[in-house]
Design a protein around this ligand. Structure first.
Ligand code: ATP
Length: 133
């Protein structure tokens, strides 16, 4: 009989963000969204800044991540992320402030601005806001 759930672990260099049994998980792969049901074929993929969707047996939630890797094997999904926050721990005001700061830097276009850094900060802030929208 097919398994109903798979193990999901989300970790960052700082902490364990989530560990639990889930029905379905979607991650932001560098080439597009990847969805995993239990017994998915083994896989490793790089992840971009974006939002994960996690479906437990009785609830669904989102997790903002800022890039990393996913490994799938034996009905176990492991996400190693640079940073990750579950939707219930995201500080909306902080993300809005980070978004405004990045937008101002990009609009100013002065030579001292690191454009790539500002663009990445903007993407992180937008992913956090999307996770709680
Ligand atoms: P900021 O400029 O607000 O620090 P950032 O995108 O530069 O944003 P990161 O370097 O990605 O921040 O993250 C630093 C730490 O702060 C990480 O532990 C991350 O999970 C946490 N963090 C960042 N923004 C938020 C937020 N809006 N809500 C909750 N935690 C956050």
């Amino acid at each position: 009989m097919a398994e109903k759930t798979q193990r999901l672990e989300i970790v960052t260099p700082e902490r364990k963000v989530y560990s639990g049994d889930v029905r379905f998980v979607v991650v932001p792969g560098v080439e597009g969204e990847l969805g995993f049901l239990p017994e998915h074929a083994p896989l490793v993929s790089a992840l971009k800044i974006g939002v994960m969707k996690v479906q437990e047996e009785n609830r669904t939630f989102k997790v903002a991540i800022s890039g990393g890797f996913v490994e799938v094997r034996n009905s176990r999904v492991t996400v190693l992320a640079r940073t990750a926050e579950r939707d219930d721990e995201i500080d909306r005001e902080r993300a809005e402030a980070a978004k405004a700061r990045a937008e101002q830097r990009l609009a100013a276009k002065t030579p001292d601005i690191d454009v790539v850094r500002a663009e990445l900060a903007l993407k992180r802030a937008m992913a956090r806001l999307k996770a709680i929208s």
